[in-house]
Design a protein. Structure first.
Length: 306
């Protein structure tokens, strides 16, 4: 699809090798249509990897989209070259007067801290509040989902006895909701987290709709404001090898608490490689979100948002 991303972004060449079509800025200018405007607040340490994962999924729709990457001013990433951040990312202050059709806020490696102890929590709260008046629909992933539920609705997170790590069955609880168009009665979702939210806390808020959960992984999808907010505790955007890379990294660091990701390796043997079981539903979720909650709902005049 014609996903319009900045010239030179490393994801372009990586995805071309997978036969995924992306459009650079020059070609996009020749198409006389209003593209959807999406902004991604990328809080993950390996930003180039996350960019590629998200672009891979956003590319699966016929709509033209402009993609902007947002960065925090109160936090400097340590695992991404500063040149990359300067070339492809804009600070929130540069974007706060602009409006966007859709927004994605990623997870972050801070979930074991109390929200108020996260160094950039004040800026995060400002961005969350801003999204409600400047964005048509926002997709919150993993820690961002917990942060959004806590900030807007006071839903707490709880520490797990051990890391929830692997691929887990999820069940749509509101299958008629358009976000589930094309979904099966059960779908798989990668999880990699140390904390969780509880169903009983979600149910205390009439504004929240519990969309999906799993027997082992608990709450996985929550919706609010008629689809203007989606909170997803797992990672349907993950590539086939993301959990493998995480597992091998932790093993190499000599961590004694590392367990193999569950329901992930063929024959439960890391030497056999991953068995991908979530890719189709990952594509469906992002396509449905873009179509039914962004494109179908956003005004043609983008300044009318909010």
């Amino acid at each position: 699809m014609p996903l319009r991303i900045p010239d030179g972004l490393p994801a372009i060449d990586l995805l071309k090798q997978e036969n995924i079509f992306v459009m650079n800025e020059g070609r996009a200018h020749a198409q006389d249509i209003r593209p959807l405007r999406l902004v991604v607040l990328n809080l993950m340490p390996l930003k180039i990897t996350t960019e590629t994962d998200l672009i891979r999924l956003l590319s699966n729709t016929p709509l033209q989209m402009d993609l902007t990457f947002m960065k925090l001013q109160s936090h400097t990433p340590k695992n991404t070259p500063i040149e990359h951040m300067m070339m492809f990312y804009k600070a929130f202050e540069e974007l706060r007067t602009q409006k966007f059709d859709g927004m994605i806020i990623t997870g972050a490696p801070v979930e074991q801290f109390d929200f108020e102890d996260v160094s950039y929590w004040d800026e995060m709260k400002t961005i969350l509040d801003w999204s409600r008046t400047h964005v048509t629909s926002t997709l919150y992933i993993c820690w961002a989902a917990q942060a959004g539920l806590y900030h807007f609705y006071g839903v707490p997170k709880y520490p797990l006895e051990k890391k929830k790590f692997g691929i887990f069955r999820q069940y749509p609880l509101v299958p008629q909701e358009p976000i589930f168009r094309g979904f099966d009665d059960v779908f798989m979702m990668p999880h990699s987290r140390h904390t969780e939210v509880h169903r009983e806390d979600i149910e205390q808020h009439s504004e929240l709709t519990l969309l999906a959960e799993g027997d082992e992984s608990g709450v996985s999808m929550v919706m609010a404001r008629g689809g203007r907010e989606f909170f997803i505790t797992g990672h349907l955007e993950y590539a086939f090898n993301t959990l493998d890379n995480e597992y091998r990294r932790d093993m190499a660091l000599g961590r004694t608490d590392v367990e193999k990701p569950q329901n992930y390796y063929r024959g439960d043997n890391p030497d056999n490689g991953p068995l991908v079981s979530w890719r189709a539903h990952g594509n469906l979720l992002f396509s449905n979100w873009i179509n039914y909650y962004v494109y179908q709902e956003t005004p043609y005049n983008i300044e009318d948002i909010g």
